[in-house]
Design a protein around this ligand. Structure first.
Ligand SMILES: *[C@@H]1O[C@H](CO)[C@@H](O)[C@H](O)[C@H]1NC(C)=O
Ligand SMILES: *[C@@H]1O[C@H](CO)[C@@H](O)[C@H](O)[C@H]1NC(C)=O
Ligand SMILES: *[C@@H]1O[C@H](CO)[C@@H](O)[C@H](O)[C@H]1NC(C)=O
Ligand SMILES: *[C@@H]1O[C@H](CO)[C@@H](O)[C@H](O)[C@H]1NC(C)=O
Ligand SMILES: *[C@@H]1O[C@H](CO)[C@@H](O)[C@H](O)[C@H]1NC(C)=O
Ligand SMILES: *[C@@H]1O[C@H](CO)[C@@H](O)[C@H](O)[C@H]1NC(C)=O
Ligand SMILES: *[C@@H]1O[C@H](CO)[C@@H](O)[C@H](O)[C@H]1NC(C)=O
Ligand SMILES: *[C@@H]1O[C@H](CO)[C@@H](O)[C@H](O)[C@H]1NC(C)=O
Ligand SMILES: *[C@@H]1O[C@H](CO)[C@@H](O)[C@H](O)[C@H]1NC(C)=O
Length: 318
């Protein structure tokens, strides 16, 4: 029993080698083992267009008609077709908002993760704006909590909110110790009132690649996968929430040559045809991209062990 249950995983590895399908490798179905497969399954995204946007410094949000570029304390709303800036919210370098890290647009409201990065002690909040008027509408302060809130998103399949509290190996200016340690970065699940009801860490190989910075962006794709980014790398990492334990499963890595980490946002208004949006900080541009995993689905359920009858026991004598 032990070995027959393992065979499907081995078979798919063989299939992956025998008949490579860049769009949908068999190993994306769930043969992610301990999470290291994501470093081996490399797919290429392609850029569709770039849009000049002065506020494309931290992140981007998108809905059916508009794109929003987000900087530390400003947000610009753009016509999605032409990219023309239409409306801007602008705060102040003296606060109270000093470091927005991106945003997501849900049902007419922009939800933005905010922190006091790189100050110490680390504090975070969730801030909202009316997406029509760009009036700031609410704030949920976490105070000193699990790290710097870098992204939040609502899983469209379940309606459940997730986000990430990032921590950093970098020692910030004027500080003596690392800013929380990258290994302590957590993806969290939110319940009512933004209470955290669960949390996960990244596989070591992935958080090591984020170091000395951390997970910066996150967005659920129309395909159900959770896409995350680091701070600098031109890539998105495809993650799955595991059935058990506290470590995310790393499914694949998508190369995205025109972005350098930071905030990302799936255009879920277009169903499976939607594109992934990111930013190029260097170019002050919003980047619209196509990603080749959208039609892959998780056809092999990940199992959490198995139950054995006498005669099948694993590692028990007699
Ligand atoms: C994985 O999915 C692909 C595409 O849907 C399919 O062709 C392949 O047979 C699947 N592999 C396994 C092991 O289920
Ligand atoms: C993770 O899984 C891969 C593939 O089965 C294996 O080669 C590797 O040794 C495993 N690593 C750890 C730390 O268990
Ligand atoms: C991705 O692009 C790289 C560099 O252009 C290329 O070497 C590689 O074969 C591509 N991978 C796939 C899966 O198409
Ligand atoms: C975007 O601009 C185009 C061209 O000016 C216009 O036709 C379209 O209505 C605008 N979209 C929105 C949502 O305003
Ligand atoms: C945004 O804030 C970070 C952290 O304070 C700072 O390093 C960066 O230069 C700021 N970006 C802009 C465009 O002001
Ligand atoms: C969207 O917001 C409106 C009010 O602004 C509310 O009536 C509606 O239930 C909301 N829809 C969802 C899916 O949350
Ligand atoms: C945004 O503001 C407009 C104008 O006041 C209002 O009609 C609309 O309901 C608001 N949207 C949300 C999601 O609150
Ligand atoms: C995706 O695009 C195809 C071809 O243009 C179209 O037939 C289909 O309706 C679109 N699907 C969605 C969900 O928009
Ligand atoms: C997904 O499948 C649809 C329908 O088969 C196809 O039109 C579309 O191009 C595919 N998208 C990707 C990214 O492969």
């Amino acid at each position: 029993m032990k070995y027959t249950r393992s065979i499907p995983w081995l078979l798919s590895l063989g299939l992956a080698a025998a008949q490579p399908q860049p769009q949908c490798l068999p190993s994306t179905n769930g043969t992610t083992f301990n999470g290291t497969a994501g470093s081996e399954l490399q797919l290429n995204g392609t850029t569709i267009r770039k849009i000049d946007a002065a506020d494309a410094d931290q992140g981007v949000a998108v809905d059916a008609d508009y794109i929003y570029s987000i900087d530390n304390y400003s947000i610009t709303k753009h016509n999605k077709t032409t990219g023309a800036p239409l409306l801007q919210w602008h705060g102040s370098p003296s606060g109270p908002l000093i470091h927005l890290d991106g945003a997501v647009l849900i049902n007419g409201t922009l939800y933005a993760p905010h922190s006091n990065y790189p100050q110490s002690p680390i504090t975070s909040s969730i801030e909202t704006w009316n997406a029509t008027t760009l009036q700031h509408t609410s704030s949920h302060p976490f105070g000193i909590y699990r790290g710097s809130l870098t992204w939040i998103d609502q899983d469209p399949a379940s309606g459940v909110w997730y986000g990430a509290f990032a921590n950093y190996d970098r020692v910030q200016p004027g500080q003596m110790v690392p800013y929380g340690l990258t290994m302590r970065t957590q993806v969290v699940r939110f319940g009512a009132g933004w209470d955290v009801t669960g949390s996960w860490v990244f596989p070591e190989e992935l958080w090591q690649s984020f170091s000395p910075m951390s997970n910066s962006g996150g967005s659920f794709g129309p395909d159900g996968w959770l896409y995350v980014t680091g701070h600098d790398a031109s890539a998105a990492y495809v993650m799955k929430i595991p059935e058990a334990g506290s470590t995310l499963i790393w499914v694949a890595t998508i190369s995205l040559p025109d972005i350098e980490g930071q905030g990302i946002a799936w255009d879920r208004s277009q169903g499976r045809n939607g594109s992934l949006y990111g930013i190029s900080r260097e170019g002050s541009q919003i980047v619209e991209m196509r990603v080749p995993l959208q039609n892959c689905s998780w056809t092999v359920p990940t199992t959490v062990g198995a139950v054995y009858e006498p005669g099948e026991f694993v590692g028990l004598d007699g």
